[in-house]
Design a protein. Sequence first.
Length: 315
Amino acid sequence: MSQDLLLGVDVGGTKVAAGLVNADGEILSHQRVSMASDGPAERGLQAVLSAIAQVLPDGASAIAGIGICAPGPLDPKTGVILNPPNVPCWRNFPLAEEVRKKYSVPVKVDNDANAAALAETRWGAAKGYKNVFYATIGTGIGTGIILDGKIFHGRTGSAGEGGHVSIDYRGPMCRCGKPGCIEILASGTAIVRRARERLSSRTKSSLLEIAGGRAEAITGEMVGQAFSGGDQLATDLLTDTAEMLALWLSNMIDLLDPDVIVIGGGAAALYSPFFDRLRERIPQLTVNPHAGEIPIVSARYGSDSGIAGGAALCA
């Protein structure tokens, strides 16, 4: 091991993953432990320290820094976790400071989408670009904005919540309290919800067969499988959702004029067959005359984006 190595930590509501990352963004090793998210703050901290210790059995002398992806809201300047709904054990908790007490190296904390955007810019699908818009599409939709090679945090560190940009003020109510957010319309959760709703009024669909005849058992993977098999319901559903995504991305282009758009997350595979359609539609929906020149690419990092993102914070 050498000082070129970084340690990335990904904190979630049920797990903490940690891994060693080299200067090329390659994850050399990783470990995973359970997260005690609903107990005392100290138990949550011990889960983080346990994951780190499993990756660094000989201490932190061989690494240049520790970067932690944690649920927000948080303050990236101070490393304080404010009041994350997914990790209720931490309220105004100085996570960076507590980890720094144990390991005397630089420790940085940011949210997962911001960090993943930075990892994709430094080592991944957006390498070579300075201005990047990153979207991770899964249970929800998270986004990260990279301007001139750096995370754009805004005044208080709360910038980049692109998943809660509304495209329909009469749309369904998002958990954030606004109607028609792209998250409530185009996330993996939204796709599954609408698939189940559409099946209630249509009996012929291979999707129902794939789900064993139980609409409540449908998953995003099943929707993708049905689409690959030519199922009309799945095709119509994903085509409609891709149109919503095109409108949203056209808004992001008109606002940010990025060099590249990177799409990752668990539901990204559902959208990859529609990338050509997005490239065709977006220029029709923007005022930016160069919108068609902006690449739309798949992220390099999948389920390990949190580890890579954490490491990128200290790169």
